[in-house]
Design a protein around this ligand. Structure first.
Ligand SMILES: [Zn+2]
Length: 462
């Protein structure tokens, strides 16, 4: 059986439910298969989520804890996790090795292209530009230029955390239109055994426009002309999916629509490093101006026990003797110190003093294995309604503005899925699946062995 996976980054299941009359393709596909929520990895972030999904390994096993990761125990900050960080085989590696043809379009975690596939690959949204190594085989670049009538393929919306909302919205639509033209052309011309694409527009539209739609959002403005931006974009996706699937034989192909995580309103940010300074864990030699990154602060490492990195969640690292260059936390005291700090982080309240019920997690307790250099603590504030701000010098510990530009949504733990499998019973009730179950299920449906090391299970009786 062939497989078509249409990945819709950040697509939020409750929004698909909210507008069934306006999303006829989503409604029709739901009536044909299994559907519900997909529990993402922790943290539910694009990098590593798509690689977790396609390798059936958790972030600890991959050693990828977010877009950026520690490469050593120095204080120099984090490096971007590019495709060469992913050591585990992903679906297209496994299927290529078994002689199946694959076309892979824009799946996060594929730039640069370091391993050939038995077919075609276009790298992901982190591709820096048209001059990069983004197509396999390289001649695919010219083919794509032809399919797009000479217009450039768009990897991602430039500067999507900007205040120029009209420009962002137009760019999102144009990016999606062009990506689906390429998807269409790949499917029609090559008819691969395995096709997988990921559209990023669904993530960008949430981050840029959530506050116009959601009356519970702090920045909600009733009757705003952009109130329907997300709804209208979902309608665009619905129409594009219908056009794409018109060329797919649903009797011999299993079709999976899936997101890597969901989306929810963002209430604000917790200034994690300012908090660590105030509580005496992080010691600075001088007070930095507002918004200064930690790397530009004058840190007194000889008196610092912990520091943090911001993002959709906070990573907190301890300054451990014999591990970090100027570590002061005794190794024998490590677990006590980690527990003491974790208990305090769990109690950070919102800007009105109300509890946020933060989750403070130890990588060794939530992952099967811990590869690479994980943070010592993973902190998720207010069930992801709050993000972590890593810069310092803010007037308050809570900020309603994101330090990397306007951002109106955060990721949610549960994404969307709808799986149409020929011959399988249609489900009338939703079901929950796990991100790690996708790869073994795809392999089983394609009658391929499931390799050792995959952490998920096969979802359907094959
Ligand atoms: Zn994502």
């Amino acid at each position: 059986m062939k497989t078509v996976i249409i990945g819709l980054d950040c697509l939020e299941p409750t929004l698909v439910d909210r507008w069934p009359g306006d999303l006829p393709t989503f409604a029709k596909l739901r009536s044909m298969g299994a559907w519900g929520r997909m529990k993402s990895c922790i943290p539910p972030i694009t990098v590593p989520a798509w690689s977790c999904m396609t390798s059936s390994r958790d972030p600890g096993a991959l050693g990828i804890y977010g877009f950026r990761n520690r490469t050593d125990f120095s204080y120099k900050g984090l490096a971007f996790a590019t495709s060469d960080w992913v050591k585990a085989d992903r679906l297209w590696d496994i299927l290529s090795a078994h002689g199946k043809t694959c076309a892979v379009l824009g799946v996060p975690g594929t730039f640069p292209i370091v391993r050939p596939v038995n077919g075609q690959m276009v790298s992901c949204f982190l591709t820096p530009g048209m001059q990069s190594n983004w197509a396999y085989p390289p001649s695919l670049k010219n083919e794509i230029a032809g399919w797009l009538g000479g217009e450039d393929y768009i990897f991602d919306v430039a500067d999507f955390r900007s205040t120029d909302k009209a420009r962002i919205l137009a760019d999102i639509h144009e990016m999606t239109r062009r990506r689906f033209i390429v998807a269409h052309s790949l499917l029609q011309k090559y008819q691969p055994d395995f096709f997988m694409m990921v559209e990023m527009g669904s993530d960008r539209v949430h981050h840029g426009f959530w506050h116009y739609m959601d009356a519970a959002h702090r920045k909600f403005e009733p009757g705003h002309p952009l109130a329907s931006a997300i709804h209208d974009y979902y309608m665009l996706l619905d129409a594009e999916i219908a056009r794409l699937l018109a060329h797919v034989d649903l009797h011999e192909t299993n079709v999976l629509l899936i997101s890597d995580h969901g989306a929810k309103r963002l209430d604000g940010g917790i200034c994690i490093n300012d908090w660590l300074v105030r509580e005496g864990w992080l010691v600075l030699k001088s007070n930095p101006p507002r918004g200064t990154p930690l790397a530009k602060c004058d840190v007194d490492w000889s008196r610092t026990r912990a520091w943090g990195e911001g993002g959709y969640y906070a990573r907190v690292c301890l300054n451990v003797k014999g591990r970090e260059p100027e570590g002061i936390v005794e190794q024998s005291d490590y677990e006590n110190v980690r527990d003491e700090l974790g208990a305090k982080l769990a109690l950070i309240p919102d800007d009105c003093g109300q509890p946020l019920q933060n989750s403070v997690l130890k990588p060794q307790e939530i992952y099967r294995r811990v590869e690479g250099i994980p943070p010592d603590l993973i902190v998720i504030f207010g069930d992801l309604h709050w993000r972590a701000v890593g810069t310092l010098g803010h007037d308050t510990l809570h900020t309603l503005e994101n330090d990397t530009g306007p951002d109106e949504a955060n990721h949610a733990q549960f994404g969307f899925f709808n799986w149409i499998v020929p011959g399988q019973t249609v489900r009338t009730e939703p079901m929950d699946i796990d991100i790690l179950d996708i790869a073994p299920t795809v392999l089983a449906l394609m009658l391929q062995p499931v390799p050792d090391g995959m952490q998920g299970r096969t979802l359907f009786p094959i």
